[in-house]
Design a protein around this ligand. Structure first.
Ligand code: NDP
Length: 269
């Protein structure tokens, strides 16, 4: 019988995950079926339990269920524990394992462009997306990660949670006069068509600007970065494809080539 996988969310009709995983399966010769699964907002656990009881092998989890999936899993990986959220569920002989591949997805996409070792990184936002990428970013040995958030207390909470001397918290006003090699937008500001209150001059020479958001046009943050003279600008489509590849590898033990799928998705935006 063909192994079944799903992406669970609400809404879910827009998800590109079936296209990505079907392309990975074709390219690696894996026999699997990957579909969307809409869960009611109030019953993630019931929907996930039924899927696995009917033989499902694994699931990706997206908005708004990453915390619910964290609660649902029988066991958690270290990176899922650190993130406080799960985006990948894996059925094993010992129960359902929860993992989180968002952070490694971001890191792999960044490393495609440049190494992070010794870099000054500015991470904007202190929500689920920011929290999920901190541990994998620290794993690349940056000089420092500065967490900036509109509500500074939330950035301070994350710094206390990770307790790593290379992490610091600040608010946007405190960025005046400072420069960073890598600036990552992990806020949801782009979704609302707005820009976090970044002062001019935060990009060091040769800096990389990364927006986790992706879509057809340029995001407000990447527009700002271009106006600031930043040549290296990436949106989050690569992160989406890389987190999917890491999940696929967890399920199937095979690491798919991501570039052809990324190119196809980019053409279809
Ligand atoms: P959350 O709702 O958990 O957090 C939102 C964060 O954005 C908060 O820190 C909030 O600050 C900040 N924020 C919102 N609006 C503004 C603004 N106008 N100016 C400054 N800060 C603002 O969202 P998530 O962390 O779950 O997601 C963030 C983004 O990451 C989304 O755009 C999502 O699409 C993207 N993402 C992309 C992925 C990919 O694969 N490419 C994977 C996961 C997420 P405050 O605390 O002050 O409210």
């Amino acid at each position: 019988m063909t192994d079944r996988y799903v992406v669970m969310g609400n809404p879910i009709a827009h998800s590109k995950s079936p296209l990505i995983h079907t392309a990975f399966a074709e390219a690696t010769g894996q026999d699997l079926h990957y579909d969307r699964l809409l869960a009611p907002e109030t019953d993630f656990a019931g929907t996930a339990s039924a899927f696995f009881a009917e033989g499902g092998k694994g699931a990706n989890v997206t908005v708004p269920f990453k915390e619910a999936a964290y609660q649902f899993a029988d066991q958690l990986s270290a990176r899922a524990s650190a993130a406080g959220a799960v985006n990948t569920l894996i059925k094993t002989a010992d129960g359902i394992v929860g993992d989180n591949t968002d952070g490694i997805g971001l890191v792999r996409d960044l490393l495609r462009v440049e190494p992070l070792e010794g870099k000054q990184i500015l991470l904007m936002g202190a929500g689920g997306a920011a929290r999920g990428v901190i541990l994998p970013l620290l794993g690349e040995n940056p000089a420092r990660i500065t967490l900036v958030n509109r509500t500074k207390a939330k950035a301070e909470e994350l710094v206390a949670h990770f307790a790593d001397a290379r992490l610091e918290a600040c608010d946007y006003a405190q960025l005046a006069g400072r420069m960073f090699d890598v600036v990552i937008n992990a806020t949801s500001a782009s979704l609302a068509g707005s820009l976090p209150p970044l002062p001019a001059g935060v990009f060091a020479r040769g800096a990389l600007a990364y927006d986790m958001m992706y879509g057809k046009g340029e995001t407000p943050f990447l527009h700002f970065a271009r106006e600031q003279g930043v040549d290296l600008r990436l949106d989050g489509l690569g992160m989406l494809v890389e987190q999917a590849a890491a999940a696929f590898e967890l399920w199937r033990g095979v690491r798919p080539d991501t570039l052809p799928v990324l190119t196809r998705l980019r053409e279809g935006l």
